[in-house]
Write a protein that binds this ligand. Structure first.
Ligand SMILES: Cc1cc2nc3c(=O)[nH]c(=O)nc-3n(C[C@H](O)[C@H](O)[C@H](O)COP(=O)(O)O)c2cc1C
Length: 322
């Protein structure tokens, strides 16, 4: 049984948080369209001396979704989620937890580290915590530390993808975990959402297709590259953040590097600090998962969800006829 907060979505989809790309416009559009929208807390970066931008974002998202719900009681918005990067270089973590707790964020997504205090803060304000994992060992650790659900990040996902096949990852986790399980990695059609459920996941976790939406905070060239590229254009490298991730080869070429000879970086170099100069240096290197071959145009997020929903319904009908 899914927790009530994850029930009643238009389709079983959580839009994943994406560094730089996901902001309030995209989250509000995703939630209004009926899927969980999310953003990394670190995307809300104020200038020194200014009040925390995260406060303003949370107020705006909550108020706009409340207004939508009052005007549309028959099709209320889906809840939203905030992603916390639980890594030692994230100096803002404690502050951001306090802000999210005070704003009663309903869904907390943690990545790169599982910590009891973060899960406790989520529970204390009535929320749930989902932790993203790339293997079964991390999955067990996350549940031991009090996460309510798991996000299996399989091979082919955008951002910090795992190396494992989604079949292998889901089947190993499902041997012992019957709670909420989300699957991510190259899911870009309604048919693939249904496939994730058939494999044993409850919900699909989708990122890259939402880069090619009007509301995404991404350059027009990045959005167009998502539409033009396919799985063969995705390269895996640890050079840009210190952890293996998937990137668009054309963006690497544009930045003057050879995507076939990138070399590796040390995990110690990973840095989510506010002034990380690397964030600037790599801002033209664009992340994406292998599923983008299914994305051909930049559309409003609501249209992307609409299409996923229509494909999901027709895939279900097709499978029922088997
Ligand atoms: C450009 C980009 C940025 C991302 N940034 C984050 C992030 O800040 N935090 C996080 O937990 N995951 C991040 N991810 C990973 C996503 O949450 C998710 O695992 C992934 O998008 C799923 O695969 P898909 O892109 O193939 O749908 C990012 C993914 C992309 C494509």
């Amino acid at each position: 049984m899914l927790p009530p907060i994850l029930q009643g979505l238009r389709i079983p989809v959580v839009a994943s948080p994406m560094f730089i790309v996901s902001g309030p416009e995209l989250v509000i559009a995703q939630c209004k369209a009926g899927i969980v929208g999310s953003f990394p807390a670190l995307n809300a970066r104020e200038k020194p001396g200014e009040p925390p931008l995260l406060e303003a974002w949370l107020t705006r998202i909550t108020e706009e979704l409340d207004r939508h719900n009052q005007a549309n009681p028959d099709r209320p918005a889906a809840p939203f989620a905030v992603n916390q990067i639980v890594h030692r270089s994230n100096a803002r973590l404690e502050r951001d937890i306090e802000i999210c707790h005070r704003h009663k964020v309903p869904i907390w997504i943690t990545s790169l580290g599982a910590r009891v205090e973060v899960n406790e803060a989520a529970h204390d304000c009535g929320g749930i915590a989902l932790h993203d994992v790339i293997n079964n060992v991390f999955a067990r650790k996350a549940i031991e530390k009090g996460a309510d659900g798991l996000i299996a990040v399989a091979a082919g996902a955008g951002g910090h993808a795992g190396p494992q096949s989604p079949f292998a990852l889901v089947q190993e986790i499902r041997e012992w975990w019957d709670g909420p399980l989300l699957l991510s990695g190259s899911i870009a059609t309604g048919r693939a959402v249904l496939a994730a459920q058939v494999m044993g996941a409850d919900l699909a976790y989708i990122g890259s297709p939402f880069i090619a939406t009007e509301e995404a905070n991404a350059q027009a060239e990045y959005k167009q590259m998502i539409c033009d590229a396919g799985a063969m254009d995705i390269v895996t490298s640890s050079l840009f953040t210190g952890v293996s991730g998937n990137y668009l080869a054309p963006s690497i070429r544009r930045a003057g590097l050879d995507p076939d000879r990138l070399g590796a970086a040390d995990a110690e170099t990973m840095n989510f600090a506010e002034d990380a100069s690397k964030a600037k240096a790599w801002s033209q290197i664009w992340g994406a998962g292998q599923g983008i071959g299914a994305v051909h145009d930049v559309v409003p997020a609501a249209t992307r969800v609409e299409r996923l929903a229509a494909e999901y319904v027709s895939a279900k009908a097709e499978m029922a006829r088997l």
